[in-house]
Ligand binder design. Structure first.
Ligand SMILES: [Zn+2]
Length: 284
C-alpha cells in the first residue's frame, strides 16, 4: 500500500514465526522500517500525512509513529464500537487515520455513524452519516494531512468540507445534545467515486461517476478545473492518490489494482497546464 506522499510502500509480512509491517522507501528501494507486528496479514492503513501507519488484524488496529518507529496506539475493534447504538454485533467498516494529532476515524455500517477518536487522550466524537449528508453506502471520505478537516461526497452528489473538531466535541451519542455539525462549504455535482486532499492542502481532487477529475480550492470549495481524461479511465474500481510538489500536481489512479495512470499538471498561481509527460500508464 503506497503512502499518500508517494514516498513509501507498506506491507504486512510473515517469515517463519516472525511477523512485521515493513516500510520500503520507493525512491531508494530500501527497507526503511521493520515494525514488530503480531500478524503478517491484515489491511494496511496510512495516515493522511504519511506519518502514521496502521494494521487492521485480529480484532484490533495497531498504529505506529514512523518518526520514532514506536507503537502509537492499539485500538480494539470491540472498544471502537462501544458507542454504537443497537446490537452488540456492530463492527467498524471502513477505517481512516487522520494525520497531525493522530486521529482514527471509522464508520459503522450497522448504525450509519461516523466516529472520530483522538488517540492521544481517548476522546471520541461521532455524527450520523445522514447529518453529514454523506452517502453511507459509498463512504467517499478523505482527511486533510494535518487532520483538521475531512472532505466527503454528499448523498445527492457534490462535496462537503467538515471540521474534525466539530465532530470530536460532540461527545457520547447517548448524552450529546449539541446540534449536528455543519459543512464549512459544500458543492453540488455528480456522485463521487474517489476524493483526496493534496499534501499541501491547497487542492481537493475528486473523481466522479461521469469519469471527470474535479479540482477545487480547498479553502473556498470553488471549482478550479474539470478534466476529462482521454478515454483512459474505463474501470469503475478506481483508487485515486495525489502526489503534489511545489509546482507540479500529480494524480495517480489505480485501476483494478494493476494499472496505474499518472497525470501531471504544472501549477502556476491560477493557471494549470499539462506538464510533460501528460500521462504515463504503468501495467503492474
Ligand atoms: Zn454501530
Amino acid at each position: 500500500m503506497p503512502s499518500p506522499d508517494g514516498k513509501f510502500v507498506a506491507a504486512a509480512v510473515a517469515v517463519d514465526d516472525h511477523a512485521a509491517v515493513e516500510i520500503w522507501n520507493i525512491r531508494d528501494q530500501r527497507l526503511e522500517f521493520t515494525l514488530g507486528a503480531e500478524s503478517g496479514t491484515g489491511d494496511i492503513i496510512w495516515s493522511s500525512n504519511s506519518t502514521y501507519v496502521g494494521q487492521r488484524s485480529g480484532g484490533r488496529v495497531r498504529l505506529w509513529d514512523l518518526g520514532t518507529g514506536a507503537v502509537k496506539g492499539d485500538l480494539r475493534l470491540t472498544n471502537m464500537v462501544r458507542y454504537c447504538s443497537g446490537d452488540d454485533d456492530h463492527h467498524p467498516d471502513t477505517i481512516w487515520i487522520a494525520g497531525g494529532d493522530c486521529r482514527v476515524a471509522w464508520a459503522c455500517d450497522d448504525c450509519g455513524k461516523l466516529f472520530i477518536c483522538d488517540v492521544e487522550n481517548g476522546t471520541i466524537g461521532w455524527s450520523d452519516f445522514n447529518d453529514l449528508d454523506v452517502s453511507s453506502d459509498t463512504k467517499v471520505i478523505a482527511f486533510a494531512p494535518d487532520g483538521s478537516y475531512f472532505v466527503s461526497n454528499r448523498a445527492a452528489g457534490g462535496m462537503g468540507r467538515w471540521d474534525v473538531t466539530d465532530v470530536l466535541t460532540r461527545g457520547h451519542p447517548e448524552t450529546a445534545t449539541s446540534i449536528p455539525p455543519s459543512p464549512l462549504w459544500s458543492t453540488d455535482g455528480p456522485m463521487l467515486t474517489s476524493i483526496a486532499v493534496s499534501f499541501d492542502q491547497k487542492w481537493i481532487v475528486g473523481f466522479d461517476v461521469t469519469k471527470e477529475i474535479l479540482i477545487l480550492n480547498a479553502q473556498t470549495g470553488s471549482y478550479l478545473y474539470r478534466i476529462l481524461p482521454d478515454g483512459i479511465v474505463e474501470s469503475d474500481s478506481i483508487k485515486l492518490h495525489i502526489i503534489p510538489s511545489p509546482d507540479i500536481l500529480r494524480i495517480s489512479m489505480m485501476e483494478d489494482d494493476r494499472k496505474c495512470t499518472i497525470y501531471s499538471w504544472r501549477v502556476l498561481d491560477a493557471e494549470i497546464t499539462p506538464a510533460m509527460p501528460k500521462s504515463v500508464t504503468l501495467d503492474i
